[in-house]
Ligand binder design. Sequence first.
Ligand SMILES: [Zn+2]
Length: 142
Amino acid sequence: MRALAFAEVVGVWDQQISREEQKGVENSADVTFMRAALEAAKVAGEHGDVPVGCVLEFNGDVIAIGENRREVDHDATAHAEIVALREASKNRQSWRMEDVTAYVTLEPCVMCAGALLNARCAAWSSAPSTRRPEPWGLATTF
Ligand SMILES: [Zn+2]
């Protein structure tokens, strides 16, 4: 039953990303990073977690990838965004993520939205919307 739900969710996201790809080259980088986040989500689903993935991008490079790991790590806070933020912080030796964009396959929950804001992420993009953490985010597009 979990596998069926996982396949359905990933299929919907895959279709959504494909529609964005068809819109043209303007947002091709966004599509590339969102596809990478979707691949991370697939990994989460494969180890029995809800399939959510997150990619952190800085200057056109992926600086961290996280997938939801709550079940496999027995950690309620191991959401994809938190996992990615921890990896990026460790690699950069800084918690500050100014000029970093987070690509998440699911709109961040309250905990993760708070973490992205506290880390000072420049923006986050999630299916189905893109939000910038200026006064609690106004949806633009994705
Ligand atoms: Zn979360």
